[in-house]
Design a protein around this ligand. Structure first.
Ligand code: NAD
Length: 498
């Protein structure tokens, strides 16, 4: 008897341009996997330069009407978007689990944090208010207004396929821009789903477009003369490249890069609380977070009890398919990335090796722990972006701060202590954009802005929150006079305030 084995269905993932799905015509595409099983579930179209241009032209054509849409109407639309996203958050979280691999509760957390940015943008009439000075000079009023830039683009990483695009499109659209998104080719379906939801909410065709693709699409965005600004989130080498290329072509650019986040534990810290925090922040989302804690800096004699407490917790972390409610940690995003992360376990004082006991199907690793890391070692210097926690032991608080400040990255950092004075000093001393005090992953709430320092951010505007509004608008100052024609005269002098 012959047995027929059905090949798993592979879904085509097209672009979204001018309010509809558009199949790619470049003849190039990339595979999308379910990381928990290792099977290919999708094939995503890769845009050519011409296809990117079609999307930009759609956004350009939609801009005049969108920017003229009243604040009241745009706010109303944002409330509708918020309601739909909230209603369907479980569905979106499921899409994330199946293409990224993170566990369902974590995916829901991602959607919720992204939604907070959409909620912030519902207040767009207040956010776009400006200033007015009556009688700045006799009979003269001066006021400022903020206007949208035009067509703006977002290029996003694989690790937050819903939230990071929301950091960009929500404020960009709220400010009256039209948008072209180039999501990660590893997990692109959330963006297509979002495009359909925005259309259903009533966002006019062409206001939000998605081009799928790789470097060809990114370069086409960076080179396009009709794109006024680019937001990027991803690894540091690409962030630097995007920033340099975009700004050299006269575009406004904010490019958020990678990280190596240190969590300092002082001798007076509560050991159990610090161990819980380190394990949660290092292994949540399989360490594929730019705000993950990847280094614990143990100060003084805290190292032994802290390591013992972390080691005790590691075997209890439940690793498995993200759709299984019992799972706490899912797989890595691709086999290639899993193998790269595992390569860091071939050297150093590996106390727990995550290759041992990892599920064989899919792209799994279990949590790993490496002791005695120091600058100059690969596992210390590199952003591993996986479930690998490094430990370094130092004698004093000053040594710990020096380590953080000497790091080329400056995204997030945290201190665990019961000493308010030490925590306050840390916030003063440390060179990083986001600081946690007994908080291991200090992602700012939506009404502050998110961003690191040093090689974690290129550009001078952080993302979302007030700085996001600033990034997606430009200021204009109007000086106005309604004189009585009888008082008019020629005056060649430089205008003075009187
Ligand atoms: P990545 O840099 O490989 O990719 C990001 C985007 O750039 C993707 O859309 C990708 O298609 C594109 N890209 C990749 N290679 C390119 C090239 N050579 N030329 C032009 N474009 C290219 O990043 P990733 O692996 O998707 O995401 C993980 C990285 O993102 C980590 O370094 C992480 O720290 C970082 N990240 C940073 C933040 C932050 O807020 N700072 C947030 C999330 C992720």
């Amino acid at each position: 008897m012959t047995e027929t084995v059905e090949a798993p269905a592979v879904t085509r993932i097209p672009h979204w341009i001018g309010g509809r799905r558009v199949d790619g015509a470049s003849g190039r595409s990339g595979p999308v996997f379910n990381p928990a099983t290792g099977t290919q579930t999708g094939a995503v179209d890769f845009a050519s330069v011409d296809e990117v241009d079609v999307a930009v032209q759609a956004a350009k054509a939609a801009f005049p009407e969108w920017r003229a849409t009243s604040l009241a109407r745009r706010a109303e639309l944002f409330f509708r978007i918020r309601e739909l996203l909230h209603e369907r958050r479980n569905h979106l979280a499921g899409i994330l689990v199946r293409e990224h691999g993170k566990v369902f509760s974590d995916a829901l957390g991602e959607v919720t944090r992204g939604l907070e940015v959409v909620e912030f943008c519902c207040g767009l009439p207040s956010l776009l208010k400006s200033e007015y000075s009556e009688q700045a000079s006799t009979g003269i009023d001066v006021y400022s207004i903020r206007q949208p830039l035009g067509v703006v683009a977002g290029i996003t990483p694989f690790n937050f396929p819903a939230m990071v695009p929301m950091w960009m499109w929500a404020p960009a659209l709220a400010c009256g821009n039209t948008f072209v998104l180039k999501p990660s080719e590893k997990d692109p379906s959330a963006s297509l789903w979002t495009a359909e939801l925005l259309q259903e909410a009533g966002v006019p065709d062409g206001v939000f477009n998605v081009v799928m693709g790789d470097k060809v699409a990114v370069d086409a965005v960076l080179e396009h003369p009709d794109i006024a600004a680019v937001s990027f989130v991803g690894s540091t080498p690409i962030a630097r490249y995007v920033y340099e290329t975009a700004t050299a072509r006269g575009k406004r650019c904010q490019a958020l890069g990678g990280a190596k986040n240190h969590m300092i534990v002082l001798p007076d810290a509560d050991i159990d609380m610090a161990a819980d925090a380190a394990v949660s922040a290092a292994y949540g989302s399989a360490g594929e977070r730019c705000m993950a804690v990847s280094m614990v800096v143990a100060v003084g004699d805290v190292a032994e009890p802290l390591l013992a407490a972390i080691k005790e917790r590691i075997p209890k972390v439940k690793v498995g398919d993200g759709m299984d409610p019992a799972s706490e940690m899912g797989p890595l995003v691709t086999a290639e990335h899993r193998d790269k992360v595992a390569s860091y376990l071939d050297e150093g004082d590996v106390l727990v090796d995550g290759r041992d006991g990892a599920p064989e199907e899919g792209f799994f690793l279990r949590p790993s722990l490496i002791d005695n890391l120091a600058p100059g070692m690969r596992a210390y210097d590199d952003e591993i972006f996986g479930p690998v926690l490094g430990v370094t032991r130092v004698a004093t608080y000053e040594d710990a701060v020096r380590l953080v400040n000497d790091s080329p990255y400056g995204n997030g950092t945290a201190i665990f202590t019961r000493d308010g004075g030490a925590a306050r000093q840390f916030q003063f001393d440390v060179n990083a954009g986001m600081v946690g005090i007994n908080v291991p992953i200090p992602v700012p709430v939506a009404y502050y802005s998110f961003g690191g320092w040093k090689a974690s951010l290129f550009g001078d505007r952080h993302i979302y929150g007030p700085e996001g509004i600033d990034f997606y608008t430009r200021g204009k100052v109007v000086t106005s006079r309604w004189p009585d024609p009888a008082t008019s005269r020629v005056d060649l002098g430089f205008p003075q305030t009187r």
